[in-house]
Design a protein around this ligand. Structure first.
Ligand code: BJW
Ligand code: ZN
Length: 251
């Protein structure tokens, strides 16, 4: 069901008020108002760049320098923006529930910077680096003056993100699956819901009996499958959803 643009339906407020375990699944749309480009859509990255040339292990093998240049550019962009009201509302929601998990597909670190603590990053984090061969992970940036940077083992380092055709981090996806099955309310915010396995999580939540609400600028393949689809901007709508839980905050 598509609700009237921008309105918070009573059923969503009720579900948020009564939930014990809340999960939030986010995608690039949650960071759009911070100035981070999304992937799909009119202004999306994939309009100008071919994902198969930049976001696959084969692309990295073919041209690691090109892939690194793209990530250095995007990292610069993401380092210069700030969390927006949607990130802030999600961080605040976490404090209101005995059980909570934020499942993000975003690699931009903005949820963490907004104060979210219980979170899993399904597609990694652009600010971390790992070796393409050994287990080495680096939290500190290597010297990026000469691309591609190399690990002590001699292999190329790579951004610690998940490319098409790669498995998601085991612990992150396990926690996400479990939370989706166990939660009693899930908010799905700013994702086109076309990339698997993340796109299956709301379906799992629904099958597990949770109330699932989608918040997106436009309809997605999920819209007809969830309990409510609210159309509008994540910043404004997440702030209003937080207000709708004010009774919970005030006891
Ligand atoms: C707003 C807004 C505002 C805007 N307010 N809303 C066929 C069927 C099923 C699966 C497959 C298939 N063929 C291939 C696959 C697998 C593939 C996949 O799903 N492909 C589909 C595209 C078809 N998946 C994978 O390969 C995954 N791995 C996998 O399946 O492994 C299997 C395996 C197991 C064991 C061993 C080996 C393998 C991996 C997926 C990795 C995705 N990686 C990326 C790049 C990350 C790094 C980087 O950033 O460079 O992740 S791709 C990109 O898409 C990124 C995102 O996290 C992801 C999802 O995008 P998201 O977040 O939904 O963004 P958009 O742009 O699509 O949507 C934004 C939304 O926001 C829109 O709806 C707007 O309307 C909305 N919006 N502004 C509210 N202000
Ligand atoms: Zn190594």
């Amino acid at each position: 069901m598509n609700d009237q643009a921008g309105q918070i339906p009573g059923t969503v407020a009720q579900a948020l008020l009564s939930a014990n375990y809340l999960t939030v699944l986010t995608g690039a749309g949650v960071s759009a108002e911070s100035g981070v480009p999304t992937f799909r859509g009119k202004e999306g990255l994939w309009r100008k760049h071919n994902p198969m040339e930049l976001a696959t292990p084969e692309a990295f093998e073919r041209d690691p320098k090109l892939v690194w240049e793209w990530y250095v550019y995007r990292r610069g962009l993401m380092g210069n923006v700030h969390p927006n009201p949607a990130h802030e509302a999600i961080a605040e929601l976490e404090t209101l529930y005995p059980k909570f998990l934020l499942i993000t597909q975003n690699v931009d670190n903005l949820h963490r910077r907004a104060g979210s603590k219980e979170l899993v990053e399904l597609h990694g984090n652009i600010f971390r680096v790992r070796c393409s061969r050994c287990e080495r992970k680096l939290d500190e940036l290597p010297d990026l003056n000469e691309l591609p940077p190399k690990c002590e083992c001699g292999a190329y380092l790579r951004p610690d993100v998940v490319w098409f055709g790669e498995a998601l981090p085991r612990e992150a996806i396990d926690r996400a699956f479990q939370a989706s099955v166990e939660c009693d309310c899930m908010l799905v915010v700013g994702t086109s819901a076309v990339v698997q396995p993340a796109a299956s999580l709301p379906i799992m939540a629904k099958k597990g009996g949770a109330f699932v609400a989608e918040i997106n600028y436009e309809p997605t393949p999920l819209s007809d499958l969830v309990d409510v689809s609210i159309l509008g901007k994540a910043g404004e709508l997440m702030s209003r959803l937080l207000d709708a839980t004010s009774k919970r905050r005030n006891g």
